[in-house]
Write a protein that binds this ligand. Structure first.
Ligand code: NAD
Ligand code: UDP
Length: 359
């Protein structure tokens, strides 16, 4: 029984990316086998090489696009997967406003093609990278999974649309087990300093921007608004260490295993999971100024900043109720804001140019 459990094979789409690479390590540590499928649109082979080195094992990597049904077919035909963790997608909010078709095509059409292939090969366990963005501007805090959903940009709409597709799929056939993990604000890096977030351009998100200021690549941080109704007027978010987030995926798979495996005497299912949305956050809000101050303290670097206008579409505060993850998955975030800043700084200072610098 334990041996079967340990040998579960998982397809990880987008596994060369920021959250995917950390999750590959967590999967390995938990005894799962996995195959990475990624078109390297926003990642590099170097990331895969480094994960291989960290886990001491070659990774089975396939360069392919989730919209390419033929390529996916070959992958599903060649492996017997227990389930799929689906990270592959585009994630830049601003870009999605400028290029909505690209976002819907990649994030929605690509996911449909993947789900069709899963259906064809009878792989019914799915863990989807959703986002707290599906909650829009929350009516109340902390945000729980029953909070109303609404989105104001194509990126958010693409996540919400996939959630609706998953809900419909669950209704259509109760053999589907579909977990949507709604991430809050993933930050940090692997404690080795070997893998981390590697934005292509000037970062849009706060933590990579701060770390590039700290390392001297950018002059100063612009803080978008200091007149929000928050502790110090700056925006508040629920930052979560990417290593904690990665472990959340393993607990989701363990849950699917527990719910759907036979009891050892046959192949009968135990329970259908249906569509199950779960927040992955710490439950704690941290303001922009608090994060700047924590980073400065941990890194020993000054982080010059200026206040500018609010960024269009930003909300004042966003933090999770993480109770459902704790209750159902037995998961809770363990790492602190100081840990997040320390590991980001470690990665940034060891790799000032991301994966392009050979170390
Ligand atoms: P990332 O860009 O680092 O990783 C995504 C990976 O998917 C990349 O390696 C990219 O090359 C690959 N990819 C994109 N389109 C593909 C396609 N059509 N076929 C195959 N591979 C493709 O992003 P990330 O931060 O690791 O995010 C992973 C997932 O989590 C994304 O779906 C993202 O929307 C979601 N998410 C991220 C955040 C965040 O702040 N990082 C927050 C909430 C949700
Ligand atoms: N932020 C900022 N300057 C930046 C980037 C972000 O002041 O250069 C603020 C932003 O207004 C928000 C918080 O930092 O209040 C988190 O922004 P991020 O883009 O990282 O996450 P999101 O807003 O998508 O939750």
């Amino acid at each position: 029984m334990l041996e079967n459990f340990m040998k579960n094979k998982i397809l990880v789409t987008g596994g060369a990316g920021y959250i995917g690479t950390h999750t590959c390590i967590a999967l390995h540590e938990a005894g799962y086998d996995f195959v990475v499928y990624d078109n390297l649109f926003n990642s590099s082979r170097e990331a895969i090489n480094r994960v291989s080195t960290l886990i001491g094992q070659t990774i089975e990597f396939i360069e392919g696009d989730i919209r390419d049904a033929e390529s996916l077919k070959q992958v599903f035909a060649a492996h017997h997967f227990f389930g799929v963790i689906h990270f592959a997608g585009l994630k830049a909010v601003g870009e999605s406003v400028a290029k909505p078709l690209m976002y819907y095509n990649n994030n929605v059409s690509g996911t449909i093609t993947l789900l069709e292939m899963m259906s064809e090969y009878d792989v019914k366990n799915f863990v989807f990278s959703s986002s707290a963005t599906v909650y829009g501007d929350p009516e109340s805090l902390p945000i729980n999974e029953e909070s109303p959903r609404s989105c104001t940009n194509p990126y958010g709409q693409s996540k919400l649309t996939v959630e609706h597709i998953l809900e419909d799929l669950a209704v259509s056939d109760d053999r589907w087990n579909l977990i949507a993990l709604r991430y809050f604000n993933p930050v940090g890096a692997h404690s080795s300093g070997q893998i981390g977030e590697d934005p292509n351009d000037i970062p849009n998100n706060l933590m990579p921007y701060i770390s590039q200021v700290a390392v001297g690549k950018l002059d100063k941080l612009s803080i978008f608004g200091n007149d929000y109704p928050t502790v110090d007027g700056t925006g508040v978010r629920d930052f979560i260490h990417v290593t904690d987030l990665a472990k959340g995926h393993v607990t989701a798979l363990n849950y699917l295993n527990k719910q759907t495996r036979s009891n050892g005497s046959g192949t009968a299912k135990k329970n259908s999971v249906g569509f199950l949305p779960i927040n992955l956050g710490t439950g704690k809000g941290t303001s922009v100024l608090e994060l700047v101050s924590a980073f400065s303290e941990v890194s020993g670097q000054a982080i010059p900043y200026q206040f500018t206008d609010r960024r269009a579409g930003d909300i004042a505060s966003c933090y999770a109720s993480a109770d459902k993850a704790k209750m159902l998955l037995g998961w809770q975030a363990e790492l602190s804001i100081a840990d997040m800043c320390r590991d980001t700084w470690h990665w940034q200072s060891m790799n000032p140019n991301g994966y392009t610098k050979v170390i």
